[in-house]
Design a protein around this ligand. Structure first.
Ligand code: C5J
Length: 221
């Protein structure tokens, strides 16, 4: 049965049985000191604001029986899936694959690659490991969503203008209705966060909708 969600630029009717919550890259490497995010010169404390709304959203999605999918950005220990263009870019204090206080930066299996404890996946919830910014590139996410006959995605996580945006754009082009849950997303740059959300709803919702955790929780109740 469709339910109606308050969203911008317009309310959206969706069927919870055909909806997935996708939580993007809420990893220690992005949210905690000593990881990939900090190596790039960012103040990682700016991402903390997204955690309570994302946690509430996750609890409501589980309660409503939605498919919950977690993603993690990271690479194989031999870096075979980390293109030189990504590894060599910029002037980080430590590069992808080098050792840091939470293990090798952005490498699967290292402590920094883990999802933060507040949003830990439950047994059985799919965790998509992705080498890129988008969650569809070089992953099984498309097959997983097709198998669940999913039509609508509720998307949150970090960072708004990078992996959340890339995934939303990929999903939009694949025909999904995408709702970005704004207060459950964050950026190291608040202006980019605001602009990232505004870009989604501009032009009548050029590639999706934006809502907030309370509105989604109310709609699912
Ligand atoms: C970045 C991400 N910002 N998860 N990754 O490199 O947004």
């Amino acid at each position: 049965m469709p339910i109606v969600l308050e969203a911008e630029p317009a309310p959206l009717a969706f069927d919870p049985a055909r909806t997935a919550l996708i939580i993007i890259d809420m990893q220690r490497d992005f949210l905690e000191p000593g990881g990939f995010g900090e190596s790039l010169g960012n103040d990682v404390s700016l991402l903390a604001a997204a955690v309570p709304p994302a946690r509430a959203l996750l609890a409501a999605a589980r309660e409503a029986g939605l498919l919950v999918v977690h993603t993690r950005e990271g690479h194989e220990p031999d870096l075979s899936d980390a293109p030189p263009a990504k590894r060599e870019r910029g002037a980080p204090t430590v590069r992808i694959g080098e050792p840091g206080p939470m293990g090798r930066i952005l490498i699967r299996g290292e402590p920094g690659h883990d999802i933060i404890p507040a949003l830990s996946p439950l047994d059985g919830e799919p965790v998509i490991d992705k080498p890129g910014k988008g969650a569809f590139y070089a992953t099984g996410l498309g097959d997983l969503l097709r198998a669940g006959a999913v039509e609508t995605l509720l998307i949150c996580g970090v960072t708004t203008e990078v992996c959340v945006h890339t995934t939303t754009r990929e999903a939009n082009d694949r025909g999904y209705r995408c709702v970005v849950v704004g207060d459950a997303c964050a950026s190291y740059n608040p202006a980019f966060h605001a602009a990232g959300l505004a870009m989604i709803t501009a032009q009548g919702g050029i590639f999706g909708w934006v809502s907030n955790a309370s509105a989604v929780i109310a709609a699912l109740a």
